[in-house]
Ligand binder design. Structure first.
Ligand code: CA
Length: 515
């Protein structure tokens, strides 16, 4: 393979090395540029002379200022870049360049489980939710027995899962920050893939009493009731004797719910019933060139089909927020996005941190020098549609179109919050690689590089690396992801994480104090 780099935007003064294994000093490109030092794959090469203090430009945007003069052919990396200030939140353009709607995309369907409230499941799962971590091992024990002894009699149910978490007690339950984990767990417990409600297991003495998780009757989130009885087991109740009595009680309620879930069947649903969560994890410098733009193309297809597409990860949007506020459908939507950024700026400041805390050693190994470069690549997942709505962390999203659902960027926290927002299908892009998966919704994993897709051939679902080498276009891979989403949502194809049963823990975002 001859020496090759990719430049994303005509204004860019850096390119990304494409060749697997990188290139040695002296390697020269078509056009005459020669490397002055060896540069690893996916890292940046200076295309022109960049004076000390001058902007380094990638994606047509400034990703930093040169800390010293950089010669053409030099390796541009973290220590040659000064992090620029983030976009000021009080001077952003508000809905000044709202993209017009693209032509509708009709006729695409998937086979899903329609619920009474109109939501659609992509799986049919019995969920056993918990009000506190104390009961988690008991519920996991019961789930193992249910899977062996009861589930085989209910062939239309895909799985039984324990909805466990680290929350519920030892927390300041009335602090403002507590609202986020509580609504997160409520919305996960009533997820479309659980048919709208779970079996509940409580300890009895915990801070997060079942009534807090499922408050006022009639609010749509009241305690689930079956045959007039709440669908709940309280371990400390006087009438439960011994561990056998407790697990037997959980298993009895589980079987009642399994009988109901077993009556569900897949029916054709329009693609507009998809609620797709987008996320990246273990990103590299290719992510913004290959997998994220391909996912962005697929996101545009989903918006055209009338679906809901969520992107998230506040700290990876913060440095590109000026590109998004102008794309908002209305000034109010732009202001809601800014409010989420401001909340997170203050949250980080309370912890004596800032956005520079985001990039990982793996991101930097993969050629991402700082959070600005990472953010510009990350928001490519959001495609080109108008930003239709913004949802605070853990709130259920009801809008159609492109939605910003606020979450931290941490993979497993973001996935948990997106489930609460109503995600019934997850698309996860990765450069360095992650075996990430979720029990409650299928996770389609897309690699930024072919080398990763080949090495992890039984973990990665889509290889977007072919875009960098010219083997496929962004449009090709975007359509491939779109069609795979319909197949996976229908249960016709299984993702690798579902085939292996790789399901990460639920980790609700808790910005509130622990006691
Ligand atoms: Ca992430």
């Amino acid at each position: 393979m001859k020496p090759l780099y990719v430049r994303v935007h005509a204004r860019d003064n850096v390119g990304i090395i494409v060749n697997p294994g990188g290139l040695p000093a002296g390697a020269s490109f078509d056009g005459g540029l020669a490397l002055r030092e060896s540069i690893p794959q996916s890292h940046k090469v200076a295309l022109h002379l960049i004076a000390a203090g001058a902007p380094v430009v990638r994606y047509g945007e400034v990703i930093g200022l040169a800390t010293r003069a950089i010669e053409p052919g030099d390796w541009v990396r973290e220590d040659t870049l000064e992090l620029p200030a983030p976009p000021a939140l009080d001077a952003l353009p508000l809905a000044t360049a709202t993209p017009p709607p693209q032509p509708p995309l009709d006729g695409y369907t998937f086979d899903g489980y329609r619920n009474a409230d109109g939501s659609v499941g992509t799986k049919n799962i019995l969920g056993i939710t918990t009000t506190v971590q104390c009961v988690a091992p008991t519920v996991e024990f019961a789930v193992r027995r249910i899977k062996c002894e009861i589930l085989p009699r209910y062939p239309n149910v895909d799985d039984v899962t324990a909805i466990t978490h680290g929350y519920g007690c030892g927390v300041a339950i009335d602090a403002p920050g507590a609202a986020i984990p509580i609504r997160t767990l409520r919305n996960i417990s009533t997820h479309a893939n659980l048919g709208g409600w779970p079996v509940v297991v409580s300890l009895g003495c915990e801070k997060m009493q079942p009534q807090r998780l499922f408050p006022a009757p009639g609010s749509g989130a009241a305690l689930p009731v079956l045959d007039g009885e709440p669908h709940i087991v309280r371990m400390q109740d006087q009438e439960l004797t011994g561990f056998g009595g407790i697990t037997g009680s959980i298993m009895r309620l589980a079987e009642l719910r399994l009988e109901e879930l077993n009556r569900r069947s897949r029916t054709p649903c329009p693609a507009s019933d998809l609620v797709v969560g987008l996320q990246c994890g273990g990103s590299d410098a290719f992510s913004g060139v290959t997998c994220n733009p391909a996912v962005g193309f697929a996101a545009d297809l989903l918006v055209r089909a009338g679906a809901t597409v969520m992107f998230s990860e506040v700290t990876e949007v913060r440095d590109a927020v000026h590109l998004l506020t102008r794309r908002a459908a209305t000034p109010e939507v732009a202001l809601a996005l800014i409010a989420e950024m401001r909340w997170y700026d203050e949250y980080l400041a309370r912890g004596s941190a800032d956005r520079s805390a985001n990039p990982t050693p793996g991101n930097k190994r993969g050629g991402l020098s700082n959070i600005v470069e990472k953010a510009l690549g990350s928001v490519a997942k959001a495609g080109t549609s108008a930003l239709a709505a913004v949802a605070p962390s853990g709130e259920r999203v009801t809008a159609k179109g492109l939605v910003f659902a606020a979450t931290p960027a941490s993979d497993f926290i973001c996935g948990t919050q997106q489930l609460a927002a109503g995600m019934n299908l997850h698309v996860f892009t990765t450069g360095e690689g992650s075996p990430y998966g979720l029990a409650l919704a299928p996770v389609i994993k897309v690699s930024s590089r072919t080398a990763l897709a080949e090495r992890w051939h039984d973990l990665i679902d889509v290889d977007a690396g072919r875009i960098a080498t010219g083997g496929a276009t962004i449009e090709d891979i975007g359509w491939e992801i779109f069609r795979l989403m319909l197949d996976v949502a229908s249960g016709r194809k299984k993702t690798w994480s579902d085939r292996w049963g790789l399901h990460n823990a639920l980790v609700p975002f808790n910005p509130g104090p622990v006691t």
